[in-house]
Design a protein around this ligand. Structure first.
Ligand SMILES: Cc1ncc(C[n+]2csc(CCOP(=O)(O)OP(=O)(O)O)c2C)c(N)n1
Ligand SMILES: [Mg+2]
Length: 349
């Protein structure tokens, strides 16, 4: 792994800075145990993500959007949010790792993807993991691309008015950055200096449309200047860089105003289980991006640093498979939601 870099203090994209602050060489606020914990979470998410894809092919899961390739960004940002303690998250359909790291269990994930009783978001009524999980301070009300940005800005405004310290973090893709609503949200946040982080998971594709067909610029973070936000480009395949950049962005958002964090990362799988990416990107491109697999990179980093040895890495993988096997059984055994509950939660009692 490369050294942490970037920070909202640097208002232009692609800042170069390293701020190791402890004797361990780890960035502010994290320990080797945190990284071991997050490595386990990363392996668990990858394992369940692969299983869900397989179950779709077996006809047991209607649809899924994979987080494979996005894990370092999703987990690094969540680690920063968790360490800060006062964040509210607006996720989108690709954010399985954020939701699991925030507290969703494998069994709940399986039930959600299978539309079973026990899905904590909508109890099997909605697209997987779509709805609200207020226990874990996460909202994802719809799959309408870019819908979460204005909601996050509204939440940030409410936090400001109520005088609390919450920072809203909204996750969205490069395709979502092309939506008009993104402009409205960023402009309003900039004018009012709201405590919000716009966290763009730039995987360079909006379904089949490559970034170069969406915009004439390379770095989405460069747009920050036009809204009066801090803008930062981060290597979104590196959990430590993501952690550092998000941690600084949280402080900045709280004390000075909004930040646009552009995480450069890769989407390893087709857009969803309904997509065939062979029709628009060559297999060599996918082979190439897989060379930077965050699960493998983090595993190597952990062994190089002496935080884990190969035996422990293998054990973590075995434990993840066992946990996901059990969650799969629980999902399969769970009943479908009772039709008599169809109108529950639709109206205030
Ligand atoms: C307003 C709106 N337009 C179109 C769609 C169809 N759609 C679903 S996902 C998607 C691509 C989004 O790409 P991006 O924001 O880059 O996220 P990614 O899937 O790459 O993570 C589109 C166009 C939608 N859901 N909502
Ligand atoms: Mg995209």
């Amino acid at each position: 792994m490369t050294q942490p870099r970037s920070g909202p203090k640097n208002r232009s994209a692609r800042s170069s800075r390293s701020s190791k602050t402890s004797d361990t060489g780890l960035p502010r606020g994290i320990t080797a145990d945190d990284l071991i914990d997050y490595y386990k979470r990363m392996v668990l998410v990858r394992t369940i993500d692969e299983r869900i894809w397989m179950m779709n092919r077996q006809g047991k899961v209607p649809i899924a959007a994979s987080s494979q390739g996005h894990e370092a960004t999703q987990l690094g940002s969540l680690l920063a949010a968790e360490k800060d303690g006062d964040c509210f998250l607006f996720t989108y359909y690709r954010d399985l790792a954020v939701k699991m790291a925030a507290g969703l269990t494998p069994s709940q994930v399986m039930k959600s993807f299978m539309g079973k009783e026990g899905d904590p978001y909508s109890n099997g009524r909605q697209f997987p993991l779509q709805g609200a999980d207020l226990d874990h301070k996460i909202i994802q009300l719809s799959n309408v691309v870019a819908a979460g940005l204005t909601q996050a800005v509204g939440y940030a405004l409410a936090s400001r008015m109520q005088g609390d310290d919450t920072v809203s973090i909204v996750y969205f893709g490069d395709g979502a950055s092309s939506q008009g609503e993104t402009h409205e949200a960023m402009n309003f946040a900039g004018v009012h200096k709201l405590p919000v982080i716009f966290l763009c998971e730039n995987n360079h594709y909006a379904i089949s449309v490559p970034q170069k067909s969406q915009m004439a610029i390379t770095d989405i973070a460069n747009r920050a200047e036009g809204y009066g936000l801090a803008g930062v480009v981060v290597d979104g395949m590196d959990i430590i860089q993501v952690y550092e950049a998000t941690r600084e962005a949280i402080s900045h958002a709280r004390s000075q105003g909004p930040v646009l964090l552009e995480m450069k990362l890769e989407r390893f799988m087709p857009h969803t289980t309904d997509d065939d990416d062979k029709r628009y990107r060559p297999a060599e491109e996918v082979d190439n991006i897989r060379q930077r697999d965050p699960v493998i990179t983090m595993g190597q980093y952990m062994t190089e640093q002496g935080f884990l040895n190969q035996e422990q890495i293998d054990e973590i993988s075995k434990e993840a498979t066992a946990a996901i096997n059990q969650a799969t059984d629980e999902g399969e055994e769970a009943p479908l939601p009772d039709p008599s509950t169809m109108f529950d939660h639709l109206f205030k009692d």
